[in-house]
Design a protein around this ligand. Structure first.
Ligand code: NAI
Ligand code: MG
Length: 366
């Protein structure tokens, strides 16, 4: 493997603690896994604000743009509640997503066998679950114009958000979904609401056309997004890859995530478009959870979401599928042996610390 540059952005709260465990995993793959990762580290969020008054410096932004992948911890917390909106910790993450044009957000929902009892759904509904939600992240109603509150002058106001999607945005996100499906269960379910939304009609058309233009080997199915939400809870194993817009994806991916248990378990990837010359995508990998200020510094943070996010980097940025599988297996084995951080322990069960969970995963890699 040619040398690859990783920019580590631990952030604040539990971010630095869980990043410490990923560093051990990266070192393991360098020493024993035949990989060659070079890491650099930067400040983001509260740690950056405390150091220099910005949520991310221009220098670190430039490093992120140049990195083969960014590994991001978490940011935010009550300590920074009163800082100006533009420099609040979360602004650093939004800036990264925007400047790197990370339009594809991938959130897997995987049920680890040892945790099949942890879900609010019945064990047979989620046992063996392995689905992937692909959410469009840089378009749709979160960004469309007009977006405003206008005063109607009669004591009423009007709040307006606009759902906008152009052909190219739907093409590229569905392309990502079809490509990913080929590496998994070879099926894509596209979700929109074409029955009531013009953007949904276009979404449906463009996904169908993209499918015809080179992905006909992948099974494609269309589902209305509300029915999709219902099916996710009724029988989630019918899905492989789900592709949907920014708003529906926000909600459906939270639903899918919670099928499998704790926030401390869930990784994510955000990908940009392939570079015209090198074919490489900009990418950022981060746990779904936040900075957990309530447990920061106590050694109770579950490092699995963070470590599994690095596993997604192996899979999607570096095409090291065997290594990614190996890491996922190491996590599953540690869980099979009964190791539990507090967030995934049953009442009365003995728990391990962040560092102990990291060490156990390293031991399984060995
Ligand atoms: P949170 O995800 O930080 O925490 C929610 C609950 O889950 C807390 O009880 C926490 O202790 C627990 N938890 C989260 N991750 C865990 C882990 N790895 N191991 C064990 N327990 C874990 O969400 P919350 O409390 O709503 O937000 C805290 C701060 O994080 C806020 O400032 C928020 O804006 C920020 N945030 C940042 C995100 C990011 O950096 N991408 C995403 C979500 C929230
Ligand atoms: Mg959300």
């Amino acid at each position: 493997m040619a040398s690859q540059n990783l920019l580590l952005l631990p952030g604040d709260g539990i971010g630095p603690e869980i990043m410490q465990e990923v560093k051990k995993v990266i070192a393991w793959f360098n020493e024993k896994g035949g990989m060659s990762f070079e890491t650099d580290e930067g400040l983001v969020g509260g740690s950056a604000y405390d150091a220099h008054g910005q949520s991310i410096s221009e220098e670190d932004m430039a490093k992120a743009m140049a990195a083969d992948a960014v590994i991001f911890g978490a940011v935010g917390g009550p300590k920074w509640d009163d800082v100006p909106y533009e420099v609040r910790p979360e602004a650093g993450l939004l800036r990264l997503r925007k400047d790197m044009q990370l339009f594809a957000n991938l959130r897997p929902a995987i049920c680890y066998p040892a945790l099949a009892d942890a879900s609010s759904l019945k064990k047979d509904v989620i046992e063996g679950l392995d689905i992937l939600i692909v959410r469009e992240l840089t378009g749709g109603v979160y960004f469309g114009e007009p977006k405003e509150i206008i005063d109607l002058g009669n004591g009423q106001k009007r709040g307006i958000d606009t759902q906008v999607y152009d052909t190219y945005e739907i093409e590229r996100i569905s392309g990502v979904a079809f490509e990913l499906a080929r590496t998994r269960g070879n099926k894509v379910t596209s979700m929109e609401k074409r029955n009531v939304m013009k953007s949904g009609v276009l979404w449906n058309e463009v996904v169908t056309q993209t499918h015809k233009n080179g992905y006909e080997d992948v099974q494609l199915e269309h589902m209305l997004a509300d029915a999709g939400g219902m099916q996710l809870v009724r029988w989630p194993k019918q899905f492989d890859v789900i592709v949907t817009d920014n708003l529906f994806g926000d909600m459906l991916s939270d639903v899918a995530a919670m099928l499998t248990g704790s926030l401390g378990m869930l990784p994510s990837a955000s990908l940009g478009a392939p570079d015209g010359v090198t074919g490489k995508r900009k990418a950022l990998y981060e746990p779904v959870h936040g900075s957990a200020p309530d447990i920061a510094g106590t050694g109770a943070a579950n490092p699995i979401a963070m470590i599994a996010s690095f596993g997604m980097a192996l899979r999607y940025s570096f095409e090291e599928v065997a290594a990614a599988d190996k890491l996922d297996k190491a996590i599953a084995n540690a869980l099979d042996k009964g190791l539990r951080t507090k967030d995934i322990a049953s009442p009365g069960q003995t728990t391990v610390s962040t560092v102990e969970m990291g060490d156990a995963i390293i031991a399984e890699l060995d």
